[in-house]
Structure formats: C-alpha cells, structure tokens
Design a protein around this ligand. Structure first.
Ligand code: MD3
Ligand code: FE
Length: 237
C-alpha cells in the first residue's frame, strides 16, 4: 500500500460531525468495532476499475430495481460474480442469473477479486473470497436510505466496499434504527471493510451532490463485495 500519499480533506471526528482534516492516503483507521477504512487503498486503480464496470454494464445493464414495497430505487444497480443482489415485488435476494437476460452475471474481474481480498487482509480478516459484487451507480440526487444488510446467510465474512467517482456522504448509525447517525465523507479510491458488530449497523448514503469527476463523470460508483451463502461447517473428523 502507498505509505505517503497526498494529504487530502475529509474525515469523521470523534464527536461524529463531518469536518475537514488532512488525512494521507494509506491511512488505516478503525471506525467502529470491526470496521476499518483504508483511505485511498484503490487509488491508482480507479480508471481500470471503472473500465471493468463499463464492460460489466455492457452485458448486465444498470437498472433501477423496485423494492418489495413498490418503490423504484434512485440508485441504479448491476452485479458481477457468482451471485447478484436483486429486488422485486417478491423481496430481496441473491440470484445466480440476471433476471433481465436469464444469463449468469458477468464473471468477477480478477482485479476486483484481488482488491477485495487485499483489503480484507489489510483490515485483519481471514482469507476472504467474495461470491458477489453489487455495483451501485449514484447520479446527482440519488440516495440510499438507512438500512441494514440482512440478505446474506454468511454473517461471519466482512463486506468490502470500494468508492469510485464523485464523493458521497456515508450515513453510519447503530444497531437500532433510532440510534444517532454519524456522517462520513467517502472519496474515490477509499475502501471500507465492515465486519464484526459493524456488519449489522444501519447505514445509508445521503443524496449525491452534483459535480464532475475526471474519470467517472457525473456519478459515483460503489462496489460491495460479499459472501452470501452459509459457510460449510468444518468438522474435526
Ligand atoms: C456497513 N451501499 O449496497 S457501501 C449497499 O455506497 C450499501 O453504495 C452503500 O449500503 C454505497 O448495501 C454503502 C458501504 C457499506 C456497505 C455495506 C455495509 C457499509 C456497510 C454493511 C454493513 C454495514
Ligand atoms: Fe448496505
């Protein structure tokens, strides 16, 4: 990892307010029990990662999913890997095929898998092999309201998230919906590893502010890497 990147703005404070400070790339901060932010961990790979996103979207286009409650999500989504997250009137779940085409999701690019594995290792987790990569695309105004990620059977594995393009304000609450929500800025190239207790915190993304990013244009892309299926128990015999 880069040890001495450019000083850059942004970070959470101990009091939870979003404020400007100077944090170098390569900083590894423990955010909460089990959560680690790796500032700029994907810096330098952003163009290659975004090119992979374009290739994925060419075979599995971004779409605005409908929630079980009948709402159209403002975030557009697609997936790569063995499993992909989908939502429709029947509920939220992981599927091995893209419901739009009936074909398997595009394969997970080696660059994605290696980045997710390296981030989990850097954050101190045992070997992490992602099964699913959800690709979220935020255009100005798009948001993700406060929610928990509860559709994965394997809750021992962390979730690795990679931010690309325009900056976003991440909303980070507690284990109860009513808990205080802190705000944290996520910039292109930042990687967050969520496990342990933080795996079940309520979280979301505030409406994306308009802007232009040199590589991504008028949008933010977020990759989340997960294990979904229940791990096979290891026996001692
Ligand atoms: C904390 N995505 O796809 S990534 C999601 O930026 C999601 O697109 C947001 O929340 C995004 O479900 C946030 C960071 C993240 C992802 C999963 C988490 C934070 C998390 C799961 C548990 C706790
Ligand atoms: Fe989430």
């Amino acid at each position: 990892m880069t040890a001495g990147g450019m000083p850059r703005r942004s970070l959470i404070g101990v009091t939870g307010e979003l404020f400007a400070s100077t944090v170098p790339d390569g900083t590894c901060e423990a955010l909460d029990d089990g959560a680690t932010i790796l500032r700029g961990f994907a810096r330098g790979q952003e163009a290659a990662l975004l090119a992979e996103v374009r290739a994925i979207a060419a075979s599995a286009p971004f779409r605005h999913l409908i929630t079980p409650g009948g709402h159209r999500m403002s975030v557009a989504m697609t997936n790569c890997g063995a499993l992909g997250w989908v939502s429709d009137a029947r509920g939220y779940r992981y599927e091995s095929r893209d419901p739009l085409s009936g074909r398997p999701w595009p394969a997970m690019p080696a660059t994605f898998r290696e980045l997710a594995r390296a981030a989990a290792r850097r954050a101190g987790y045992p070997p992490f092999e992602p099964e699913a990569c959800l690709v979220n695309r935020y255009e100005p105004g798009a948001r993700l309201s406060l929610h928990q990620d509860r559709d994965e059977e394997d809750t021992t594995a962390p979730i690795v998230s990679v931010s690309l393009g325009l900056p976003a304000t991440f909303l980070w609450g507690g284990l109860a919906r009513s808990d205080r929500v802190r705000r944290m800025r996520l910039d292109s190239g930042d990687v967050v590893v969520w496990g342990g207790r933080s795996r079940h915190v309520f979280h979301g993304i505030a409406p994306l502010a308009d802007g232009f990013h040199a590589l991504a244009g008028r949008c933010r892309i977020n990759l989340t890497f997960r294990r979904c299926r229940r791990p096979v128990p290891t026996t001692s015999r």
